[in-house]
Write a new protein. Structure first.
Length: 56
């Protein structure tokens, strides 16, 4: 059987790691950080939608 479940926690962990890595390296490219932050918000919205669909 194929499992098409999206693991949102892995996606969020990867985004968080990317932001942490940039901060640790002193990279101050705000446009990249902003895009990563936007991606986090999109993933959170998708996760919330997915959970609400599962409930009912």
């Amino acid at each position: 059987m194929n499992d098409n479940t999206v693991d949102y926690t892995k996606i969020m962990d990867a985004l968080n790691s990317s932001i942490d890595l940039m901060a640790g390296e002193g990279v101050a490219d705000e446009s990249v950080i902003q895009k990563l932050s936007n991606a986090q918000q999109i993933v959170q919205q998708a996760m919330s939608y997915s959970l609400s669909r599962d409930r009912g």
